[in-house]
Write a protein that binds this ligand. Structure first.
Ligand code: PSU
Ligand code: MN
Length: 312
């Protein structure tokens, strides 16, 4: 194995993204673990291309983030996107894994936490995805709490997601976010959304009804000198919703299998997502793609408002 030693951060910014950033034009970051560990091929790469197109149509520049051959890439070419989507056993990179992957010259996909770190390094303020990691059910014995939550508390990026999946303990996830001082903002409704379902049955701590207000709050946090980001919880469009009673039995089944197979640490979330896709015969995937697109559009709206407020 070659060990790379670097005197500087190995980071490539795609020219289109670099030009937009230099001019203060809106850019939206996208993660890559959703591609390698969240969806099957070829729907994963189709989703990634479609979502990038949605962001362009909305008037912003997309920047999918990944580590390829030992460098952080901010923005992937269509060829790189294809290559990543087909990389067997691509690593799943969170905060703890980034440096090791870079020095080994490896390829890996960035989770919400790692994407936030890379986006912030590149000067990107807004990031759109599907779902964040959170507090897993049974965390009181497993201690399984995603590093995404700590990242939201320390890295100043506004993350647009569709709330938290019911594979997680949603009440505990909201409690931890409150403890960490992360603003959790439901968009356009008072309830915290639950990924495939628009309503988790729990109220969201905050509600905002416009991209401009979310952008203003992002900038105000900067004036306050607050370190972390904001979590924007955007409900799935009504026409794509899978009601909780329909998805719940599949979630329970997947959780039971994870326990009986002693799935642990990084493998938990990909295992559960994969089993739910299989158990729902693809229905969960269609909804998942619809909600990521919806989040990308809102993310673009927020990035545009931030750029405007900064005078661009
Ligand atoms: N939840 C989803 N889809 C995903 C993920 C979570 O609905 O693709 C991915 C994201 O990349 C997230 C990561 O950051 O899983 C969380 O993994 P863990 O629970 O191991 O922290
Ligand atoms: Mn975990």
């Amino acid at each position: 194995m070659t060990i790379h030693s670097f005197n500087q951060l190995p980071m490539f910014i795609l020219p289109e993204v670099a030009e937009a950033l230099a001019a203060g034009r809106p850019v939206v970051a996208l993660e890559s673990t959703i591609i390698t560990h969240g969806m099957p091929y070829p729907q994963n790469v189709e989703m990634a291309e479609t979502v990038e197109g949605d962001i362009r149509k909305a008037g912003a520049v997309p920047a999918t983030i990944a580590v390829m051959g030992g460098s952080i890439h901010i923005g992937l070419s269509p060829q790189q996107l294809q290559a990543l989507a087909k990389t067997p056993n691509a690593r799943k990179l969170s905060r703890a894994d980034l440096a090791a992957c870079l020095v080994r010259g490896d390829t890996g996909a960035t989770t919400v936490a790692a994407t936030m770190i890379a986006a912030h390094l590149a000067g990107i303020s807004v990031f759109a995805t599907g779902g964040i990691g959170g507090v897993h059910r049974g965390a009181e014995t497993s201690f399984d709490i995603s590093a995404d939550l700590q990242e939201l508390a320390q890295t100043p990026v506004t993350v647009v997601a569709a709330g938290a999946k019911a594979i997680l303990d949603i009440p505990k996830t909201l409690e931890v976010l409150e403890t960490l001082g992360v603003p959790v903002i439901a968009y356009g409704q008072s309830e915290f959304p639950a990924f495939w379902a628009r309503d988790s049955g729990l109220p969201a701590p905050l509600r905002m009804d416009s991209a401009a207000e979310i952008a203003a709050a992002h900038l105000m946090r900067g004036h306050l000198g607050l370190a972390g980001g904001q979590l924007v919880a955007n409900p799935i469009p009504e026409s794509d919703e899978i009601p909780l009673p329909q998805i719940m039995p599949m979630i329970e089944q997947a959780l039971k299998e994870a326990t009986s197979q002693a799935i642990a640490t990084k493998a938990v979330t990909p295992f559960l997502l994969g089993r739910i896709f299989e158990l729902s015969a693809g229905k969960s995937l269609t909804a998942n793609i619809a909600l990521v697109r919806n989040n990308a559009r809102l993310g673009a709206g927020i990035a545009i408002e931030i750029a405007k407020a900064r005078g661009n």
